[in-house]
Every structure is written in C-alpha cells, then in structure tokens.
Write a protein that binds this ligand. Structure first.
Ligand code: BG6
Length: 481
C-alpha cells in the first residue's frame, strides 16, 4: 500500500549558499552604492551596530570593514563557480546587492553595470547546469535608505522594495526560477540594523518599532510574491526563516510553555508569509505589550492573497530554555538567539550548539506547521582551519558535522517531509556575518585571507571538498543504506 522512501528525491538541489556582502567585495565598483553592511566594522563595535544601538554612518579610519574586499567574488566568480561545478553542485544560493542595482535605493533608473554583473554570474552558473537560488535582500540595504528613510521603520520602503524586486524579475526571468524575499526575516527582531537598517532613537519603544518594520517587510515580501508570479509564472518564491527547535530544560510545564513562546517568536513572521494572516497568539502579544501596528485593510488583503510557495530556512543549532533563574545562569549567547546550555550537546568553537537530531525535528516541525516544500538553505560548521605545508586542509570536524546532519535530513525525508534541496552555508570561506572574521570558516574551499585583511585570496580545496563531491555524485545514497 505504502512505498518506503529510500533515497533523496531525484533532482535534489545539493549546493552551497552565500550572501553578496560576505563574498563580493568590490564595494564601490561599477556604480555600486554603499550598503548598511559596508559600514559594519569588524571587532568590538560590530554587535552594537548590528543591534541598532550605535550609528556607524561615518566610517572611521582605524576600523576594518570586511565587506569592502570580502573574498573578491566580484572579480573571481568564474574560478569559484568552476570549483562549485567540480564538486557537482546542482544549485548555488546567492543574494543580489540592492545597491548594485539601485545605488541609493530610491534612484529612478537601475544601474546597468550592476544588472550586467548578475547576468554574467547567472550565465556562468547555467553554463554548468547550476540552478541559481536568489535572495533578493540578504541583510544589506543601500545606506541611503537607512540614513534618509530610517530603514524598514518607514512605510515608503515597501514600494522601493517592490520596484527593486520587479526590476530583478523582469531582467532575470529566463535565468532564475527559485527566489526568496528576505534572508532570515525573523533576525530583524534581534539584529535590527542588520535585518532592517534600523538605528533606534533615544526613548523609542523598541518593540513597537521592530514589529512595525517587520510588518512593512511582510507586505513588501507579499508584493514581491505577487510580482514574481505575474512576471515569471514558472518560478517559486519563498520566505526564509532562521530556524532551530527549542527544548525544555526540564519537564516543568512552565519550561515547556517557555519553549512554545520562544518558537512562536521565531515562527510569527513566517506564519504570516505562509498562512496569510497574523496568528491569534501574535495579536494577543501585540495587545498585551502595547504594540499598536499601523496596518491598512489593503495590507491585510495583500498578506492573505500572496503567500509563499515554499519555505527556506537556515539551521545551525537547536536551543534550550527554562524558567528557573539558576538554570538560566548557564547560558551561551554564541549564536545570536542565545540558549541555556544543553547538557546533552556540544558547542562549536564559537559557542554554537551542535545538534544534528534537531535538524530532523526542525524539518518535521516546519513541515507539519506549513505543509509546503522545504529548502534547507543554510547549515554548516564555522571552524578554524589549518593550511598545512603541502597545501592541504584536513577538516574532518566539518565532514563529521555535515555527515551527521545529512543522516538526519535523510531521516526527515523518510518521515515524509518534502525537502527540495540543501545548500550548505559558505561553500567557499567568506566573511562571518556575526563577527566580521575570516577565521570562522565554513567552506569546502579555503580562501587565503585573514582577519587583519591580509592574504593572497588564493583558493585551495579542503578535504571536505572531495567528500561533498562524492555525496552529491551519489545523491546521498549512503544515508539510505
Ligand atoms: C546566518 C546568516 O544567520 O548565519 C548568514 O544568514 C551568516 O549571513 C550565517 O553568515 C552564519 O553566521 P556567522 O556569524 O557565523 O557568519
């Protein structure tokens, strides 16, 4: 009656994921404008800037701004894509830098040189039959939009984003079938400048500002879904969630309720993008916290009509929570979201909990909540690598991490979860979003570039390069043996 699922789906989109500001460099080339991330220095100030507590609009001489050169993908994309092809990539997730297309965000006409750059990259990918998966906005806004408009606080951003997205759909309609609107939309609640170009003013009600900005992004995202369907009828467009299931530290019902609240905070915006309306728990939360959102009846109709086709998400860690103040003292905030240390799990060198089983749980949870295809668009281990004298890198720790996670993805597929692809984060070493470091490496390809900005930018294959190549060649068959 029922057939056992015994392989990754045919055509599974194995690949890797990146973001413009973390790889491209060439930060002012060919008419590109400055982005918000171009003004985020590496080092101690970075987090305060990311949280919207510190204005960084005036670059300071002594600071290092890692996005300015990044790994120079802008000039080396052909070499990098050839390496992805050698690994057998079926897909490559990348984002478009808004300020290459509209340098100030509100320009009347787009910058042709910027549009042409992405044409060139897509052509190169398609030459190797690599499917481009495109994020319209991965954290970087034209800085003018943050300075002049206050970022996503301002409703005017909706139509600017709509114009930007339509420009992309029209231009790339024959080349790109998989789109996503905002990278990790829920991140704006935690890193308001990174996620929405927000800098708080003295005395502002932060929650009011954040959820209003989120509402603007939601409406903009829905309008992009509408435009995408109208302009590219065979395309699929998704939302993107920073995911990760939460465990209760104990069997205390209050701990379990704390879990639900934490998970709901993550899912709230995706609930709207996927189901088309604010859930009841969100309405209650707004009322009880004095959050009074400006929402028009047109907004509600747009949200309801233009829901996403699939769910993209990142998964690095699970979390754990408790209501016990003693337990809460044992906390790691390595990952942006923070978590009570889970006694059953290890953490990475950067304090991120490592939990392969959590990925299976997360896949099942999202599947049951939305019943739409899923795409795991980020996952991986940020670790320090050592380049040995013979130009090799023995990154067995990365292979182990991925191996354990792939086994759990296979379990989720056997559970009946519809997963269309997997793109590991940073298939080539890139700038860390959180810390601005190069030392925190995710890649299968090593890039000779260091925290202080030195290095030749030479690309070197790691041991994991060959391992991932084999996995893709066999479509992950070992996980079904
Ligand atoms: C995700 C982001 O949150 O995590 C990426 O979408 C980011 O941009 C990735 O790079 C890993 O985080 P980090 O801080 O290690 O770069």
């Amino acid at each position: 009656m029922f057939n056992k699922i015994n392989s990754f789906p045919e055509g599974f989109l194995w690949g890797g994921a990146t973001a413009a500001n973390q790889i491209e460099g060439a930060y002012l080339a060919d008419g590109k404008g400055l982005t918000t991330i171009d003004l985020m220095p590496k080092g101690s100030k970075r987090n305060e800037v990311a949280m919207g507590n510190l204005n960084s609009f005036e670059p300071e001489g002594e600071e290092v701004y890692p996005s300015h050169e990044a790994i120079d993908f802008y000039h080396r994309y052909k070499e990098d894509i050839a390496l992805f092809s050698e690994m057998g990539f079926k897909s490559f997730r990348m984002s478009i830098s808004w300020s290459r297309i509209f340098p100030n965000g509100d320009d009347l006409t787009p910058n042709e040189a910027g549009l042409q750059f992405y044409d060139n990259v897509f052509d190169e990918l398609l030459k190797y039959n690599i499917e481009p998966i495109v994020t319209i906005c991965h954290f970087d806004l034209p800085v003018n939009l943050a300075k002049t408009y206050g970022g996503w606080k301002n409703r005017a951003m909706i139509s600017l984003f709509e114009k930007y997205s339509k420009t992309l759909f029209e231009r790339y309609k024959t080349k790109v079938k998989y789109w996503m609107t905002f990278n990790e939309i829920n991140m704006l609640l935690h890193l308001p400048y990174t996620g929405a170009g927000i800098i708080f003013e003295e005395g502002e009600n932060k929650q009011q500002v954040l959820y209003q900005a989120a509402h603007h992004e939601l409406v903009a995202s829905a309008l992009a879904v509408k435009a995408c369907h109208e302009i590219i009828p065979n395309a699929m467009i998704c939302c993107m969630l920073a995911a990760g299931n939460v465990y209760p530290y104990s069997s205390n019902p209050e701990d379990y309720w704390a879990v639900m609240e934490m998970e709901r905070e993550s899912y709230l915006l995706i609930d709207v993008q996927s189901k088309g309306e604010y859930p009841g728990y969100a309405k209650r939360f707004f009322i009880e916290n004095g959050i009074d959102l400006q929402i028009t009846s047109d907004d509600l109709e747009i949200l309801q009509k233009y829901t996403v086709d699939y769910i993209g998400f990142s998964y690095y860690s699970s979390r754990c929570t408790s209501v016990d103040p003693e337990v809460l003292k044992n906390y790691t905030d390595g990952n942006v979201f923070g978590s009570v240390l889970n006694p059953y799990l290890e953490t990475s060198d950067w304090g991120w909990t490592i939990d392969p089983k959590g990925l299976r749980i997360t896949c099942n949870q999202i599947h049951e909540r939305y019943n739409k295809p899923l795409f795991i668009v980020e996952n991986g281990l940020g670790a320090q690598d050592t380049l040995l004298k013979d130009d090799t890198i023995e990154d067995d720790y990365r292979i182990k991490y991925l191996d354990l996670h792939f086994a759990e993805i296979a379990e989720a597929i056997k559970d009946g979860v519809d997963i269309i692809g997997y793109t590991s984060w940073g298939p080539i070493d890139l700038v860390s979003n959180g810390t601005g470091e190069m030392k925190k490496r995710y890649g299968f390809i090593y890039v000779d570039k260091h925290n202080d900005g030195t290095g030749t930018l030479r690309r070197i294959k790691k041991k994991s390069f060959f391992w991932y190549k084999d996995i893709i060649a066999e479509n992950g068959s070992k996980y079904f043996e």
